[in-house]
Design a protein around this ligand. Structure first.
Ligand SMILES: NC(=O)c1ccc[n+]([C@@H]2O[C@H](COP(=O)([O-])OP(=O)(O)OC[C@H]3O[C@@H](n4cnc5c(N)ncnc54)[C@H](OP(=O)(O)O)[C@@H]3O)[C@@H](O)[C@H]2O)c1
Length: 329
């Protein structure tokens, strides 16, 4: 039995009211989980959805916060592929109420990897969700071929920056769309071929100028008006991958428009493959791309463990990069 502190959503509401630090105990992990002592945990817009009661995959409070974490394995079930003492990063068991903004966290064994050499704790903690989602989008649901053009919305955010880099690693030309100069510069630093500030530039006109024919794929974690405008620039035979709704609403689709302009829409939910061998191969591939220097977590702001409600509040107007919570050293 392990005991320590954990941030929990105890009621829905504003982050400062909804999240409380509680004393918890963690029993030995069940099959499919490993228990880690958390050093850092990755954050993102879903935290805001969880505290406000708008996250579709969770029920009512209380439940833990923090979907991904990195640290040292302290307990494993019999037959685990990990051992006590391993340094790993992975997706927490948040869907069963156990989060990563905590001194200990259950990590889903199938959704974890040894921390690649050279990765900092912050990079490791902020890696799993963004890149597993980008893989689901760009490899599994809307496979991208080398030479195609991918437009990434919310490109300076957690999910967007991962798609930007994975898109580049797959050989695509990536157009990054973000809402400030600071963010477009961040995207350039992480490899975007072209950047568009949708607040100050005419997005369809810029896309026409860059591509001449529209984009093959729109990777959309934002939705709302920005996605609706971007959709005007999808090429015939192209696709939109619907990943999220950081704007508050998913992209509005018009079936007649899909038909007449000959494009398709796919939903993307980063869930593990049914075959554990296939899933393990996905994590090995992602770790290999880190080791090859092709992808990495673009860490943005790092918060202390006592700052979690303030950190979540900050996602109403996020800065560039992946937000991370430092839990322990
Ligand atoms: N499908 C999946 O498996 C999966 C996995 C992870 C996340 N998601 C979803 O993806 C979405 C983005 O998550 P994230 O962690 O990438 O978020 P994030 O790091 O906070 O980035 C979101 C980006 O969205 C843009 N945005 C536009 N309107 C916004 C608004 N009203 N409030 C906040 N941001 C706004 C911002 O960029 P600009 O300032 O440039 O507009 C921001 O950088 C969420 O809906 C999340 O639930 C889905």
């Amino acid at each position: 039995m392990f005991s320590g502190q954990a941030w929990r959503v105890v009621r829905f509401g504003e982050p400062a009211d909804a999240a409380e630090l509680r004393e918890l105990t963690w029993a030995e992990p069940s099959p499919g989980q490993v228990l880690i002592r958390v050093r850092a945990a990755g954050a993102g817009y879903p935290d805001l959805m969880m505290t406000s009661g708008h996250y579709p995959l969770l029920g009512n409070p209380p439940f833990g916060l923090g979907s991904e974490a990195a640290g040292e394995v302290v307990a494993v079930p019999p037959g685990s592929r990990f051992s006590v003492g391993d340094q790993i990063a992975g997706i927490t068991d948040f869907r069963n109420g156990w989060g990563g903004y905590a001194e200990y966290a259950y990590v889903r064994e199938g959704s974890a990897m040894p921390i690649p050499a050279g990765m900092t704790d912050e990079q490791a903690a902020g890696f799993p969700i963004g890149f597993r989602t980008a893989h689901a989008g760009l490899v599994e649901r809307a496979p991208v071929r080398a030479g195609q053009t991918v437009l990434v919305l919310g490109a300076a955010g957690s999910t967007g920056l991962a798609a930007l880099q994975l898109g580049k690693a797959l050989g695509a030309t990536v157009i990054a769309v973000a809402g400030s100069r600071e963010k477009t510069e961040f995207c350039t630093r992480f490899g975007a071929d072209h950047v568009v500030n949708y607040r100050t530039e005419d997005l369809p006109a810029r896309i026409a100028e860059i591509t001449g024919r529209g984009v093959d794929l729109i990777y959309d974690p934002v939705g709302g008006d920005t996605a609706a405008v971007a959709l005007k620039s999808v090429a015939r035979g192209g696709q939109i991958a619907i990943v999220g709704l950081a704007s508050g609403t998913p992209v509005a689709l018009d079936a007649t428009d899909l038909l007449l302009r000959n494009y398709s829409a796919v939903g993307v939910l980063a869930t593990p493959d049914e075959d554990p061998q296939v899933e393990a191969a996905v994590w090995r591939r992602l770790a290999g791309l880190v080791e090859a220097g092709k992808i990495t977590t673009p860490v943005g702001r790092v918060y202390g463990f006592d700052e979690v409600p303030r950190m979540i509040e900050g996602h109403r107007a996020p800065g560039p990069g992946k937000t991370v919570v430092r839990v322990a050293f």
